[in-house]
Design a protein around this ligand. Sequence first.
Ligand code: PLP
Length: 427
Amino acid sequence: MPTLPADLDSGPRRGPAPAAFDVERLRADFPALHQEVHGHPLVYLDNAATTQKPTAVLDVLRHYYERDNANVHRGIHELSRRATEEYEAARRTVAGWIGATDSSELIWTRGTTDGINLVAAAWGVDHVGEGDEILLSILEHHSNLVPWQLLARRTGARIRYLEIDDDGGWILDDLGDLLSSRTRIVALSHVSNALGTINPVQDVVARVREATDAVVLLDGAQGAAHLEVDVNALGVDFYAFSAHKMCGPTGIGGLWGRRELLDEMAPYQGGGEMISLVERDSSTWASVPQKFEAGTPNIAGAIGFGAAVDYLSALPHDQLLAHERELVGYAMERLRSLEGIRIFGPPDPEARSGVVPFTLDAAHPHDISTIVDAKGVAIRAGHHCAQLVMQHYGVPATARASFYFYNTRDDADRLVDALGDVLEIFG
Ligand code: PLP
């Protein structure tokens, strides 16, 4: 690691970390949680969509724009040097979060969606042809479906699907039949955003490796936010994730890829910074990661992502996870007391991340969400960009409460109380 300039050493990113897990103390780090909505203290339970940001991240963004704002990798002046140093230090920090040992394997993207599109376009175009197969699951977010559908349409490849059982788990007995010598890529979610299922990805990767030489991509949008991730231990080839699901800014994410794959892939987009030499008729490419980072990147976003990972890294991860699981178990138990409720996903709270999707017989999810919002409770309603999951259960939408480490039992109680109002209104 290069040494940061002295003024940055004492900057906000290096601020004191909470000594031990104390949810009230942690909540104090998140200004957005301390507001009233429609005359009620906010209960924020839409964390699977995006998380709130701690002061440590907000301060780093402000500090960057106030002191160090410059373009990276090109200026010979002091501000550009500082910006570049912070930007590349953030890459090392974020790479470390997912267990990557070589930070040049981490490409900055706009987020998970962008990372998956990059692989589908840049890798897919040279490795997937007519009659080849792409294996997905019906649990996927549209971000891990539509890019592959576009690729299949362009190439004549065929998409095959791993189905789920009614508890929201993959039907692994089907895997043997779904994998073939034509399988080129297996693209699956680490954790489902629609049901919260923590998927048995390591087992699946092992079985894919035994049966095929397909490449494996994991959609880590929810995984990197809730689990300890080690891309090498998982044995995958690509891992895509988003900063905003884990205390960082929107519009920035990471795509990790195995170096040998990234090296042989053609660039995704052309432009400044991704070239080695440009001539009239052709160009040659910079090495990774710059080869995939055309144009001025989201510099502040990357630095903010680094600050988010610094913030999270200072917390006791095991305790956060245990707290989230305890909360999910508590919320599920309390929700089960409501008349006409149907909770989707794994019955065991240990088998899911912070997501608790449900429907009430009495009211449409959009009405549920509107009424609880009037009580200051923010949840999401809709298909959650997972229409194949909705089709599996035969519902158009669900209401979804999604918990993060800064939520409390009181938040779950406030949700259940507000749902009591829904039942009264629609009685
Ligand atoms: N995949 C999953 C499982 C998600 O939960 C999300 C976001 O909700 C995405 C992909 C897309 O992430 P982004 O919108 O940050 O690109």
